[in-house]
Design a protein. Sequence first.
Length: 85
Amino acid sequence: MISIIDYSPLWNTMARKGVTQYRLLKDGAVDNKTLDSLKKDKNITVLTLERLCAYLDCTPNDVIRFTERKTDAAPSPPPVETDGL
């Protein structure tokens, strides 16, 4: 199983509170690079999570959630060549 980062709670919280992405940028809650990471469900720092929670007056569960995805069986490692030793 692999954990997948999902920021859909953030977008829902923002919509509920009437906060736009533009306002996040304008008020300095996040920068362009961080907003791009959020849109692409990439990693953010705990400091960024804290800043978002303070700005939106919410908890981390209102910003991020982790979902698990099943993976196929792990691939076997490639065979090791021994050169006849």
